[in-house]
Design a protein around this ligand. Structure first.
Ligand code: VG1
Ligand code: CO
Length: 544
């Protein structure tokens, strides 16, 4: 066995963000860049020798090269076995599922999620721990610390592994097992949902489904589950072949970037149900005929209807949402008499609540929903959950949402993103708002009075760990909220996110366009943060 020890020098920019290390492909292609980060992950772990690692990615450009490098480094570092997805493909939720099912030590997911791919697009690396979830902050901090002092890494001198043929082979002293990317995940889905009932819905001759995989990782999963297993006609899944550059698209399931699906779902005679996923398959956008379901509402709806779904029929332990996500789910939790938790942005903060059995469903406003079935958000799961509800209730999506608002009131919600803002301008804007915080409480803006203004601090109720600076919150006496934070997943300049929420109990006002209903708050945000001036942009890049 020829294990090489290769000298290297640290890179200063390998700090993992909201969800792993994300950089442009050319950055990752620098000599030793990826190897340094992988070795830093291994060096931060204790006791992985002889254990199993799960490895896969969303199929974007550089995925295959990265898989080969990581396999050789894993063999050189003493891992016992690597379960690698067929062709190097595993969605983020499937990776989480495989880690849990086979009690692996951890997993590496190669993805920059919703960021575009290709030779000039982005690439990324995420490490997940043995519960199947994203590494918590103490782990990512240790990895980052290691990247700053690394001097060498280990690599097995061997030829490339065949990752296109299922089965086991030896790489040095390690076993490489190429696994079916879909099978384990598909089996888990079958255990949670009423597939017979969903099949009956999808084959009843009138219900029409349209799923857009956006040429990213969910294609094989969607073809296997919706078309082959559940009987939806061929063609139900659009853009279902993963491409290295996602066909030039931006695999982010929102109203702006999933425009093909939006066009289909908002035309006359549109299908009954539409959904899109992101690059690595953990996000979902849900659309009814001519109707958009806000992700915050989607979480609330799943919670309110969970008893209709076999995997959740015994009730929920609790619901958790990220801080910027609307409080629609809180109202459901209150009605159900179950726990409700508010965490910082990023799925890693849900892990402890799920492990401790405090929460069953979790969600983020950024098109992420999931449950205790794994430790990641899960796009295909969310669609199956919705289809199961539709199969039982036999009502259109829009009607189900409107009835929900009638029962609970409507949390008007919107997020305005300003992408690729110069980093110093974005920082200046945040400083400018931060400076006003002490004087905001008690101040009135038209009919709104500020009740509190702070920067969200989270204390994990399970392990007591504290996370500071998780977003500026300005709360008003009527329960409305404005939230400002900078993205931790972008790779070009800074992305400013403005989140807006207000609550409307009056049914007569539920048909308002959220941008109209939130108009006063949008103006107040501009008054406080002077977004136009600081960003030099007169409107957001993306509105959801
Ligand atoms: C964004 C979202 C956040 C999500 C994260 C990872 O982070 O706001 O809710 O968990 O992306 O999603 P940020 O820091 O850019 O706001 V994904 O689909 O990249 O795994
Ligand atoms: Co993602």
């Amino acid at each position: 066995m020829n294990i090489q020890t290769i000298s290297t020098q640290p890179f200063a920019d390998q700090k993992p963000g909201t969800s792993g290390l994300r950089k442009s492909v050319p950055t990752f292609q620098q000599p030793n860049y990826l190897a340094n980060f992988i070795q830093s992950i291994f060096d931060s772990l204790d006791g992985y020798q002889g254990q199993t690692l799960v490895l896969g990615g969303d199929g974007r450009y550089y995925n295959r090269e990265a898989v080969q490098l990581i396999l050789k480094m894993a063999a050189a570092n003493g891992w016992g076995r690597v379960k690698v997805g067929h062709h190097g493909i595993l969605s983020t939720p499937a990776t989480s599922c495989v880690i849990r099912k086979y009690k692996a030590f951890g997993g590496i997911i190669l993805s920059a999620s919703h960021n575009p791919g290709g030779p000039n697009g982005d690439f990324g690396v995420k490490y997940n721990i043995e519960n199947g979830g994203p590494a918590p902050e103490k782990v990512t901090e240790a990895i980052f610390a290691r990247t700053k002092e690394i001097t060498e890494y280990k690599l097995l001198d061997a030829s490339d592994v065949d990752i296109d043929t299922l089965g086991e082979s030896k790489l040095g002293g390690m076993v490489v097992e190429v696994i079916d990317s879909v099978a384990d995940y598909q089996e888990l889905m079958e255990s949670l949902f009423d597939f017979d009932r969903i099949r009956a819905l999808l084959t009843n001759g009138s219900f029409r489904l349209c799923v857009d995989a956006m040429h990213a990782v969910t294609g094989p999963y969607a073809h296997a589950i919706f078309e082959q297993q559940l009987g939806a006609p061929a063609g139900t899944v659009r853009s279902g072949t993963p491409l290295e550059d996602f066909g030039g698209g931006h695999p982010d399931p929102n109203l702006t970037y999933a425009h093909d699906l939006v066009e289909i779902m908002f035309k006359e005679d549109a299908p009954d149900f539409g959904a899109a996923f992101d690059g690595d398959g953990d996000r979902n956008m849900i659309l009814g005929r001519n109707f958009f379901v806000n992700p915050s509402d989607s979480l609330a709806l799943l919670a309110a209807n969970a008893h209709l779904v076999p995997g959740y029929k015994d009730g929920l332990a609790g619901v958790a949402r990220s801080m910027p996500t609307s409080a629609a789910a809180d109202r459901v939790a209150q009605r159900l008499g179950i726990g409700c938790y508010e965490t910082p942005t990023g799925w890693k903060f849900f892990g402890n609540l799920l492990d401790a059995g405090k929460a069953t469903l979790c969600g983020e406003e950024s098109f992420g929903t999931g449950s205790n079935h794994i430790r990641e958000k899960d796009g295909i799961w969310a669609v199956l959950f919705w289809l199961n509800i539709l199969a039982v209730r036999q009502q259109p999506v829009e009607q189900i949402v409107r009835e929900h608002w009638q029962m609970f009131g409507r949390n008007f919600y919107s997020r305005h993103d300003y992408e690729e803002v110069a980093s110093d301008r974005a920082k200046a804007l945040v400083d400018h708002v931060q400076a006003q915080m002490p004087t905001l409480p008690g101040k009135t803006f038209g009919s709104y009075t500020v009740e509190y203004a702070d920067n969200f601090i989270y204390t994990d109720p399970v392990d007591g760990s504290v996370s500071q600076n998780q977003g500026i919150r300005i709360g008003f006496t009527d329960g409305s909220r404005l939230i400002l934070r900078l993205s931790g997943t972008g790779t070009k300049g800074a992305t400013l996110r403005l989140y807006l929420e207000s609550y409307e109990p009056n049914i007569a006002k539920h048909t308002l366009d959220p941008q109209v209903a939130l108009g006063d708050l949008i103006a107040i945000a501009e008054e406080i943060a002077q977004i136009k001036e600081y960003t030099g942009m007169d409107k957001p890049t993306v509105i959801t």
